[in-house]
Design a protein around this ligand. Structure first.
Ligand SMILES: Nc1ncnc2c1ncn2[C@@H]1O[C@H](COP(=O)(O)OP(=O)(O)OP(=O)(O)O)[C@@H](O)[C@H]1O
Length: 235
């Protein structure tokens, strides 16, 4: 943990796409601290830069300027290989489209990060099954994704994101494809997981049905953070 207690420190992040006269600046010098043990939402209109910022925080898109410190590691000071390794070990990803592998069972899907990290397959699948149990879908472990509801598939995806106990969990619209009840259940599960461990969870969402479940809301407008608070600001 860094000196100011932040799990993640984003410092003066600028991101430009393109080159020469075609250059567009989509992030304009962003500073932010994200704390562990709470659900931080990143909200804002389409095109405001949420996905760009979260991709930079997650170590998958290099910023044009600035630095990102994730649990004391200045991630863009790492070599490419070390950054890949750091990402695999430290970060879990959850997306709107669950991105499950259709030919693998739920337990096998949940085990993917462990197999990728070199764990023996049978042991990894056992861990995958334990994670499904924590998310209350152990009874679905042997099913293929197409045999599961959307909410169940998202819980498998959450299991996969958490199975290697990452310190940072990054979610891009995790409830957008779910009905209201399943969406709230998924957010509740993320909250349990976030608060249970010393873990930071950042969620990009448009889903106003779940805004009340945030501990903290950061609003982006035109590549800047314009609000930081517990409640959604009035328009
Ligand atoms: N690879 C790229 N090349 C050029 N422009 C890009 C690229 N990626 C994103 N942009 C632009 O950057 C701006 C911010 O995009 P970004 O996807 O971060 O917004 P967002 O807030 O996540 O939007 P949405 O809610 O629609 O996903 C947009 O104007 C987008 O067109």
């Amino acid at each position: 943990m860094s000196k100011n207690g932040a799990a993640i420190s984003v410092s003066n992040i600028v991101k430009e796409f393109g080159a020469g006269e075609q250059t567009i600046r989509v992030l304009h010098g962003i500073d932010a601290d994200i704390r562990s043990g709470e659900l931080t939402y990143l909200v804002g209109e389409s095109g405001s830069g949420k996905t760009t910022l979260i991709s930079i925080i997650a170590g998958i898109l290099y910023p044009t300027e600035g630095s990102v410190t994730v649990f004391d590691e200045d991630i863009y000071a790492l070599s490419d290989n070390d950054l890949v390794r750091f990402r695999l070990d430290t970060i879990g990803f959850i997306f709107q489209q669950y991105n499950l592998i259709p030919t693998l069972t739920a337990a096998e899907n949940a085990a993917v990060p462990l197999v990728a990290a070199g764990m023996k397959r049978s042991k990894a699948v056992e861990c995958g099954r334990e994670m499904l149990d924590r998310l209350n879908i152990a009874d679905q472990a042997e099913k293929l994704p197409r045999q599961l509801s959307g909410g169940q598939q998202q819980r498998v995806a959450i299991s996969r994101a958490l199975v290697h106990a990452p310190q940072l969990v990054v979610c891009d619209e995790p409830t957008a494809a779910l009905d209201a009840k399943s969406g709230r259940r998924v957010m509740d599960l993320l909250r349990e997981v976030a608060l249970e461990e010393d873990r930071a969870v950042i969620i990009v969402t448009h889903d106003n049905r779940v805004f009340d479940l945030a501990d903290r809301i950061l609003v982006m407008e035109d590549g800047r953070i314009t609000y930081d608070g517990k409640e959604m600001p009035e328009h």
